[in-house]
Write a protein that binds this ligand. Structure first.
Ligand code: C2E
Ligand code: MG
Ligand code: MG
Ligand code: MG
Length: 281
């Protein structure tokens, strides 16, 4: 009986693994054509300034709409794109699209509009792409702080002099820098001393239970105090409830991002959302 059960479990397990492996292989193959086939789309999620209530910032979040697989989450395909070396082309497409979009929104929505673009640690291995971006930015008008790059603590893990230098180049090019998913990485706080960044984005996992009895509240309060003393602005990610918002407001959080205000939206819906929001404040 035990042996039979064991064998069934084993075969169930391998079928599951086989399915996951097949799906990965198919996605990796299909990813190669996705840019050419225009299957990527960029969604935008607003960051609300808690002091003013207005929206002058958005995070760009890539979406992959595949003909037969449907919407594939970036959490699923970005690691594959990194593996396959496709992240450089995809990431560069996102960056250049966002540069264009940010300049449009500076004239259509708000003169200081800024879009945040996620950068994968892998992208720091081929910095020739960065040089192209810096040239594009230098050759356009009104680009100062129109973009921000979000990096994770993983980029800073090998906080070699080279990474620090690259981040400095971004800031010299008039691009701000944010630490994404702050608090989930393995790196120490020491890098904040060595690397100049503009924003800390506190990971959603610290925000979820902030209103319940938990140690997350004092932790988040301490992170905000520390960040402010170092001259950084703080974004809370994944805010979903009024109670979370009220607490974050009371401890001086600067920006709120989360479903409480809006989910990531396609371009036209995002524009409509911001225009409606501007009517309210
Ligand atoms: P991230 O940069 O930390 O982005 C925040 C994620 O949290 C997004 O997931 C967003 O939809 C989700 N989120 C925002 N507010 C809430 C909320 O209130 N509740 C919940 N449950 N979730 C919320 P998404 O769009 O699936 O992206 C996942 C990750 O994929 C991103 O995490 C980022 O690491 C990566 N990613 C997305 N776009 C790009 C890109 O263009 N390039 C690179 N390299 N990575 C990207
Ligand atoms: Mg991000
Ligand atoms: Mg994040
Ligand atoms: Mg995250």
């Amino acid at each position: 009986q035990a042996k039979k059960l064991g064998r069934n479990q084993y075969s169930f397990y391998t079928q599951e693994m086989q399915y996951v492996a097949n799906r990965r292989t198919e996605q990796k193959r299909e990813l190669r054509n996705a840019l050419l086939n225009h299957e990527f789309e960029i969604y935008f999620q607003p960051l609300v300034n808690l002091r003013t209530g207005i929206v002058t910032k958005a995070e760009a979040l890539i979406r992959w709409r595949h003909a037969s697989m449907g919407m594939v989450s970036p959490a699923e395909f970005i690691p594959l794109a990194e593996d396959a070396g496709l992240i450089h082309e995809i990431g560069s497409w996102v960056f250049i699209e966002c540069l264009d979009q940010a300049l449009k929104w500076r004239s259509q929505l708000h003169p200081d509009f800024q879009i945040s673009v996620n950068l994968s640690p892998v992208q720091f291995k081929h910095t020739a792409y960065f040089e192209r971006w810096f040239n594009l930015i230098a050759s356009a008008a009104n680009t100062h702080n129109c973009l921000c790059v979000e990096i994770t603590e993983g980029v800073l893990l090998d906080a070699s002099a080279k990474t620090a230098q690259q981040l400095l180049r971004f800031r010299e090019a008039g691009i701000e820098v944010a630490i994404d998913d702050f608090g989930t990485g393995y790196s120490s706080l020491a890098y904040i001393k060595r690397i100049e960044v503009d924003y800390l984005k506190i990971d959603r996992s610290f925000i979820t239970n902030i209103a319940a009895e938990s140690t997350d509240y004092p932790l988040v309060e301490a992170i905000i105090m520390m960040a402010h003393k170092l001259g950084l602005k703080v974004v809370a990610e994944g805010v979903e409830t009024e109670a979370q918002l009220a607490l974050l407001d009371s401890i001086g959080c600067d920006y709120i991002q989360g479903y409480y205000y809006a989910k990531p939206l396609p371009r036209a819906e995002f524009e409509a959302w911001v225009l409606a929001q501007q009517q309210q404040v």
